[in-house]
Structures are given as C-alpha cells and as structure tokens.
Design a protein around this ligand. Structure first.
Ligand code: NZQ
Ligand code: ZN
Length: 386
C-alpha cells in the first residue's frame, strides 16, 4: 500500500426530506446572496426546484438564477455563469443537479476571484487561492462530484474535455436525497451505476499491490452497485436501492476508495476524448471503453482480474488467465443485461475519428498506471471497442 494523506472537507447530508433544509444551512454559514445553478430543466418536473427555492426564500436569501447547464458541460457556459456571478456579486453557489452542474459550479467558484479566462485553470497556467463556497443538491448519483474537488469541462472550440480540481473546490456541503432520483430515465440510472463502477475500477486495477483493505472495500462498492441498479431497473422508486446506489457512487470517488493505490484513469481519459468528439453520455462511453481496456491490459496483472472475477462473479474454475478473461466477459455481459452499450457502433461511432480521438486522449501525456498507453495503444483499445 502507498502512503497517503487524506482530507475531505465536504459536509454530507444524506436521506429523505433533507433538501428543504438547504436555506437554513446557508444562513447558518452566513451568506445572504446565492447563485442557483441548474441543468436543462429536470428539476422543474420533479419538484426539486420548487423545494429549493422555497427553502432559500424562507431563509431570507437573495437568489440569482442560471439554468441551462448541459450534460458534458461546456466552457462557454462557464464563462457566461462567471460573468453573471461577478455582475451580481453573489456569495455562494447552490448547484442543483448532477456532475455537470456541480462541475460547472466548481470552475465558476474559482474563476469568481480570477480576472483571466476560466480555461487557464485547466491549462494549469494559474492556480486558485480561494473559491466561492459551493452547496450541492445532488439529483443523479454517478460522478462523486458532490464530495470531491474535481470538475470536468469541455472546451468545445478545442475539443478538449479535461478534468481539474483544487483544494478549494470541494463543495462545503452537499445534500443527497436519493428519493429525488426516482424521476431519472432508466438509461441515466444505468449511466450513473456504470460511472460508479468505473471509478472503483480506476483504483482497483491501478496496479498497486498489498491493498487488501482497499480491494475488499472496492468489491463491496462494486457488488452493491450491481445489485442496486438491477433492482432499480424493475423498481425505479425502490428507496433502499436508490439510497445504496447513491452512497456507493459517493464512496467510489470521494477519495476513500482510491487511498493507498495508484489511480489508472486511462479509461476515463479515453472516454473523455470520445465524448469530446461525439457528446455521448459519460456512463455510456465508459461502458464501451472499459471492457476494451480490460481486454488490452489484463495480461499485465491477470491475478487482479481473476480476483475480480472470483469476488464479484464467483468465477473459480480455470487458470488465472482463463479466470481473468471470464471476468471481463462477465462484466461485459452485466453491462448488456442492464442495457448499457458495449460497442462504439451502438452509438453510431465508426472509424472516422479513431486517430483524432487517440491523439486527443494523450494530449497531456501517456495514460494509465497499470500499463502506460500512448496514442497507438489508445487507438487499438478504441478498435477493440468498435
Ligand atoms: O439537465 P437536466 O434537465 O437536469 O437533466 C439531467 C441530464 O440530462 C438528468 N437528470 C439529473 N437528475 C435528474 C435528471 N433527470 C431526471 N430526474 C433527475 N433527478 O440527467 C442527465 C445527466 O446529468 P449529468 O449531470 O450530466 O450527469 P452526471 O452526474 O453523470 O455528470 C456527468 C458529467 O460529469 C463528468 C462527466 O464527464 C460528465 O461531463 N464527470 C465528473 C467527475 C467529477 N466531477 O468528479 C468525474 C466523472 O468521472 C466524470 O468525468
Ligand atoms: Zn467517471
């Protein structure tokens, strides 16, 4: 196990009927004027908008609104939000939605104190010294953004979908009421589960040895995620399944799962490149890329893939290599069972941009820790995913 130094400052409020408390929480922290940031409108249909606004008004807060954050959020929207925040001199952001809204909030919160372009943070030309406080109201469990410091934004002009984070961009407080996720379309619930599993995999398959505690934790998150999403396919309003999936998603990327291990993150890098070109949902891209990545790299650490097969799918027969391959097959079959795509062709993607996407994926250097991947490797993985 590697050494680690862990600090996660986000206060997490979890459970049913917790959203109406948001106004009171903010009042206690002392802000009086907030930006209410949200997506393309799901919060109007499921009542979350009304609940949040009522709570903010009852707490006497002044509310400035910015809606319209799209999935795979874009830099142009960030610029628009930052301009509004500066003009209105808000004191905090209330981000209501999923990873896209939270990620937009994070870069906007840091940019509030910066006169240059928000993309400078992504290009690492500057580092923030502070950021506005962020309050998250999570409506889809997937990214862990409610309890981590990361934010992924697409620079649409340059086709760069990049991640960034800072010690100042953890939400101060996030509320997760899993019951509001009952309104999710089935495919979005599935996308969230796939993203959760993928976050666990990035650390689990990163190549670090001697991490039994972390491996057992990861396998618990994986099994819980798989069981819960299957229940939700037939019972979308099953609260216990929603709650367990939500907590699994947070645990998968709030830092705890990754401790003591290298994070591989090659599959995420490849997926980000795919969605920079094709704007497909992050979870869909991961369902397509991960089995191909596993197939390409499993020879580096077949024991770990065999262990995955045994602990998650009960695969005990065969040589280590056979068990590893069966495990990858079983994961692909699971993805198909829950209705996730497992090939680029299922989303209408062919050979056209394979080279572009491969080059784009390694713009910031080779990917991966289990196996270092250059553009040619990425191209071969994408070819396996066709
Ligand atoms: O925009 P609205 O109308 O709100 O609809 C959203 C959106 O269409 C909808 N939705 C959310 N809650 C709902 C709902 N529909 C009905 N009922 C509800 N309760 O779901 C759709 C997807 O929302 P989005 O926020 O895009 O999903 P997600 O949370 O999966 O976020 C994906 C983004 O986060 C990035 C991804 O790359 C992608 O850009 N990631 C962020 C990470 C992080 N910050 O740590 C890590 C991840 O690996 C990931 O890269
Ligand atoms: Zn992800």
């Amino acid at each position: 196990m590697r050494n680690f130094d862990f600090h996660n400052p986000t206060r997490l409020v979890f459970g049913q009927d917790t959203i109406p408390k948001i106004g009171q929480y903010i009042k206690e922290y002392g802000e009086k004027k907030v930006l209410l940031l949200y997506g393309k409108g799901s919060i109007f249909k499921n009542g979350v908008y009304d609940t949040v606004v009522k709570s903010l008004q009852e707490a006497g807060l002044t509310v400035v609104e910015a809606g319209g954050v799209k999935p795979n959020p874009v830099l142009s929207k960030v610029r628009e939000v930052v301009a509004l925040m500066k003009a209105e001199q808000v004191e905090a952001i209330v981000a209501v939605g999923g990873g896209s809204v939270l990620d937009t909030a994070k870069i906007s919160a840091a940019s509030f104190y910066y006169d240059g372009d928000p993309w400078d943070f992504y290009e690492r030309k500057v580092f923030p010294k502070k950021a506005l406080p962020i309050y998250g109201i999570l409506t889809i469990s997937a990214t862990g953004s409610e309890m981590n410091s990361g934010g992924v934004i697409t620079n649409e002009e340059e086709k760069k979908k990049w991640g960034w984070g800072s010690p100042f961009t953890y939400p101060r407080l996030s509320i997760i009421d899993p019951s509001v996720q009952s309104s999710l379309p089935v495919n979005q619930t599935v996308n969230g589960a796939v993203d959760t599993l993928s976050h666990v995999f990035e650390a689990y398959f990163g190549g670090t040895k001697g991490t039994l505690m972390q491996d057992e934790l990861s396998e618990g998150i994986i099994r819980t995620t798989m069981t819960s999403v299957k229940t939700l396919l037939s019972e979308p309003s099953n609260y216990e399944a929603r709650a367990n999936l939500a907590w699994a998603a947070t645990l998968a990327l709030n830092g705890i799962n990754g401790l003591g291990r290298a994070g591989d993150w090659a599959s995420h890098g490849i997926e980000h490149s795919v969605s920079a070109y094709y704007d497909i949902a992050h979870g869909e891209g991961l369902a397509i890329v991960f089995p191909a990545w596993m197939t390409y790299v499993h020879h580096v650490d077949p024991e770990k893939f065999a262990r995955f097969g045994e602990k998650v799918f009960g695969i005990v027969d065969g040589t280590t290599e056979e068990k590893a391959l069966k495990a990858i097959g079983a994961y692909k079959a699971f993805l198909q069972e829950i209705g996730a795509p497992v090939a680029l062709s299922e989303r209408g993607i062919g050979q056209e941009h394979l080279d572009d996407m491969a080059e784009n994926a390694v713009l910031r250097g080779p990917l991966g820790t289990l196996m270092k991947l250059n553009a040619q490797d990425v191209r071969e993985i994408l070819t396996l995913a066709l």
